[in-house]
Design a protein around this ligand. Structure first.
Ligand code: NI
Length: 174
């Protein structure tokens, strides 16, 4: 288990467009493993390679609490979007900040697994939000570029109206 250092806002790496991952080798396996370890240790639900200083189109996502839902996405693309959800979002590269961000409610994404096999996922709610957020990272985009508004310290600790909207959106989608 190796924890990598997460770069934060101000680091140029976060603003670069990442290159496709072309080799599906042991090195990629190690990167994916380290990225998952790093994400879990930081209590995040997603982490993109540029956040650990690697400019490749690679990310990991796991929105579950028991780490049972890990997605390893290599060269991911969103091929379909539907609806919208407005809710709270944070980023491991922007510690102690949160914002309200509007994202598609449902997405279909295509990506390669660690062996280079093309996969497809159709998902919604928080996982769809996480996919949009991580894919943005691969193009040097951060949530602050697309947010509706930033939360105050007080709002971060408490309830905001958008929390209800998020619940409704997820219920509607079930
Ligand atoms: Ni992020």
């Amino acid at each position: 288990m190796a924890i990598r250092k997460i770069v934060t806002l101000g680091d140029d790496t976060l603003r670069k467009v990442c290159k496709p991952q072309e080799k599906f080798d042991r090195r990629l396996g190690i990167l994916l493993r380290d990225m998952a370890d790093t994400m879990y240790k930081a209590n995040g639900v997603g982490l993109a390679a540029p956040q650990v200083g690697i400019l490749r189109r690679v990310c990991v996502i796991d929105i579950t609490e028991d780490h049972s839902g890990k997605l390893e996405m290599v060269n991911p693309v969103i091929v379909e979007e539907e609806g919208s959800q407005t809710g709270r979002e944070g980023c491991l590269s922007l510690p102690n900040r949160q914002a309200v961000v509007t994202r598609p409610l449902k997405v279909t994404a295509r990506y390669q697994d660690r062996d280079g096999v093309w996969m497809e996922i159709e998902t919604e709610g928080l996982e769809a939000r996480a996919i949009c957020h991580e894919l943005d990272h691969l193009d040097g985009r951060l949530y602050i570029d697309v947010m509706d508004r930033e939360l105050t310290q007080e709002e971060m600790e408490g309830h905001i109206p958008e929390d209800d909207a998020e619940d409704d959106a997820e219920e509607d989608a079930e």
